[in-house]
Structure formats: structure tokens, C-alpha cells
Design a protein around this ligand. Structure first.
Ligand code: ZN
Length: 407
């Protein structure tokens, strides 16, 4: 069979940008990560002429993407005006869907929360969930009129979505398959809705925040919560694969005949390190995903187990350290497969990182193929930072502010 020759245009990246557009993106990225910079600082940072930076900034101001703060006097006595991303009068609603509770907040377009984070128990029936969420979004917007016009709702979902971000193809922990959630929500709210896998949303927000920074290297995001979600950033892009399911390390088996996982398989990494797995270990009985959780467990959270471990409860500490061991083994697979520059870890378990880290590191060192790779930089993100919620806000804010986070 003859080999098909590729036409040159097929080799071009799909998101082709002019150098001018790229420079605009870099300026927006720098203003995003530094909150405010002067034209002179931007010129120094990018090694460009003041006049060239001036032209880029004027364009961004004309487009309503950047605004000027009040003039200040620099140390050398020269007047200087700080530039900000222009988020005035506009807001987004960020939604982080989790199995137990769904969290939401009003955020500015840069992703900063401008309302307290609200939450409600997640309905596992999609129609009931949409009705409940729409009600909560309306209530939150009504309570925060000063936030400005809502530009859209960003929804982070713990599951696999189709490439268009329309359908939840499979959310094992929620038991959802082929739920056209975006359209249902948009119809119910009458607002634009952008939907993304929760950890990919977190990864996208981080990629966006790092635009314009020196090469930040390949990154992996691991969220250990009701399930285990993983997002992978290679060469500054979120890895998606052919069906948008690349990077699902949570369902890589640690053992073929291990505990049952929410996805239906056995021995997945998630089945060893999820919050349910830690609680099961603590109460000393296996808990099957999808089956009713015994009352004495339903009252418990991983936060309780962490508090008890700190209070001297040896069984609680042992349960956490076993989770840490399996966490390290799974991280070793990720490091062996991708050799990333940095691994971000989030979820409730992050509150106990000081207790867990030595065990995680020991397991990593046991399984990584190259000793140096075990020293991978692990960045722990506290649950209070709401990384997935910020990711959800970025889904709405980034495109409006001219940064396209979706590859
Ligand atoms: Zn699984």
C-alpha cells in the first residue's frame, strides 16, 4: 500500500498565531501572573523596545482587555502607570462538581473569588443536579450584584468529557455516562456555559497563569479526592489524546486483582488512594464504590482522619500512611512515564502532607527507574486555594481576556 503523503498544511498547528498575537498573549499572561506591571517593566521582561510594547498595550486597551491604574511616581522620580487585566463590571460563576458536594463562587475574569464559596450536596440524578445548580447560580448572582454582568458559567466536572466539552462521556464516581450537561445547564440558566474535566481545568488555569514565564517544563496535576483525577501538561499544552481521555492515570491498575474501582475495574490506583479508600482502611472494612456507605463512615471525612492522626490515633495514622505508600507507587508510574518537571498535588489529603511526604517519597524512590527522577518537585496545593474552582473561573475568563486556554 502506498504511503500517503502529508500536505504541508496538515503539518501546521491548528492554532496558528501571528508573532503579534503571540506577543499580546504573552503580555496578557504576564499581567495575569503579576497582577500589575508598567510598560517599562514589560519591555524589560520581554527584551522589547518601549515603543513596541506601547503599541501592543494600546491594542489591548482598545480591545477592553487591559486597563491603566492611577499614575505613580517611580523611585527615580519618573511617572509610571501600572497596567491590569480589565475585569471591571464583568464576572463569571465558577462551579466545581464533586461527588459529595458541589462548590461554586462568583469570580472576576482573572479567577479571583469575589463571593464566599457556597456549596450544596451533589444530586446524582443529572436532571435534579441541573435544576439545583441553576437555582444556586441564580441565588449567588442575585446576592452579589456588584460583581457585574455574568459572562458565563465555568463548570469543572470529575469525569471524562467529549472533545467539544458538551457531554460528560463517563464520570465513574458520579455514575454518569453520556450526559449532555453543558446544553442542559445553558438552557436552564440562559447563560454561556463552558465545561471541562476538573483537573484539566486546574491544569489549564496554571498554564494560563504561567504564560510569559520562562519555560516552566512539563507538569502533572494530581487531585486526590472522592476519585483521583490527573491532568498532564506537555510542552505548555494540556494532553488530551484522540478521545480527550489521555492522562487518566487514576485508572491505571496498581494490581489486577485489587479492590473494586468506581469505573468497574479492579485494582485501579484510585481504588487505593481515593478518600473512600482511606476511610475504608481506617474503619477496617472494604467499602464498595456505588454501594451505600455505612452510617458510621458517612459521618467521617478524610479531614477527620487527619485530625485523629494528629491527635495520636495510631489507626488513623496507619490508614493515612498506607494511602501515602500507594500514592507514591502511582506517582512513580507517572514519573516513569512522563518524567515531569513538577507534580502538583491537591485534594483533602494535601492537609496531611507533612505526615505523608516521607512515605510518598520512599515509595517513589522504590519504583522510579532513574534515581534522580524520584526527586521530582512536588508542589502541594491546599484545598483552601480551590484550584479546581479557579480552573472553572479561568474557563470563562481566559477566552474573554484574550487568552485561549483550550488547545
Ligand atoms: Zn478505575
Amino acid at each position: 500500500m502506498p504511503i500517503r503523503r502529508l500536505a504541508a498544511r496538515e503539518l501546521r498547528p491548528a492554532t496558528r498565531q501571528t508573532p503579534r498575537a503571540i506577543n499580546q498573549q504573552i503580555v496578557l499572561g504576564l499581567l495575569r501572573s503579576h497582577h500589575a506591571m508598567s510598560r517599562a517593566a514589560l519591555a524589560r521582561r520581554l527584551g522589547m523596545q518601549r515603543s513596541a510594547i506601547g503599541r501592543i498595550v494600546s491594542t489591548l486597551i482598545a480591545q477592553g482587555l487591559v486597563c491603566e491604574g492611577p499614575a505613580q511616581t517611580t523611585a527615580r522620580g519618573r511617572p509610571s502607570t501600572l497596567l491590569h487585566l480589565d475585569s471591571r463590571g464583568r464576572c463569571a460563576v465558577a462551579v466545581d462538581v464533586r461527588v459529595t458536594r458541589t462548590h461554586l463562587a462568583v469570580a472576576d475574569l482573572v479567577g479571583r473569588e469575589i463571593s464566599p464559596v457556597a456549596s450544596f450536596p451533589t444530586d446524582l440524578d443529572p436532571r435534579a443536579f441541573v435544576a439545583h445548580l441553576a437555582h444556586e447560580v441564580r441565588r449567588l448572582l442575585a446576592e452579589n450584584p456588584a460583581a457585574g454582568r455574568c459572562q458565563g458559567v465555568g463548570v469543572a466536572v470529575p469525569g471524562m468529557l467529549d472533545r467539544a466539552g458538551e457531554v460528560v462521556v463517563h464520570a465513574p464516581a458520579l455514575g454518569w455516562r453520556n450526559v449532555a450537561l453543558r446544553e442542559m445547564l445553558a438552557a436552564s440558566l440562559g447563560l454561556p456555559v463552558v465545561m471541562e474535566n476538573a483537573v484539566k481545568a486546574w491544569a489549564l488555569a496554571q498554564v494560563w497563569a504561567l504564560r510569559g514565564e520562562p519555560r516552566s517544563g512539563d507538569m502533572v496535576f494530581v487531585n486526590v479526592s472522592d476519585g483521583v483525577g490527573v491532568g498532564v501538561v506537555i510542552g505548555g499544552e494540556v494532553l488530551r489524546g484522540r478521545h480527550n481521555v489521555a492522562g487518566e492515570f487514576g485508572h491505571l491498575p496498581l494490581s489486577v486483582d485489587g479492590p473494586r474501582c468506581a469505573c468497574g475495574a479492579t485494582g485501579c490506583w484510585e481504588a487505593y488512594v481515593s478518600n473512600l479508600a482511606t476511610l475504608a482502611r481506617y474503619v477496617g472494612r472494604p467499602l464498595e464504590p456505588g454501594r451505600p456507605v455505612p452510617a458510621e463512615v458517612a459521618r467521617l471525612t478524610v479531614d477527620d482522619v487527619v485530625a485523629r492522626a494528629r491527635g495520636g490515633d495510631a489507626r488513623a495514622l496507619a490508614a493515612l500512611l498506607t494511602t501515602a505508600h500507594y500514592l507514591g507507587l502511582g506517582l512513580a508510574s507517572i514519573v516513569n512515564a512522563l518524567d515531569p518537571e513538577r507534580v502538583y498535588i491537591g485534594g483533602e489529603i494535601s492537609a496531611a502532607w507533612d505526615l505523608l511526604e516521607p512515605t510518598v517519597r520512599a515509595a517513589l524512590a522504590q519504583r522510579t527507574l532513574v534515581a534522580a527522577a524520584a526527586d521530582v518537585n512536588i508542589v502541594v496545593v491546599a484545598a483552601e486555594e480551590h484550584p479546581r474552582l479557579r480552573g472553572a473561573a479561568a474557563l470563562v475568563g481566559a477566552p474573554i481576556l484574550g487568552v485561549q486556554p483550550i488547545a
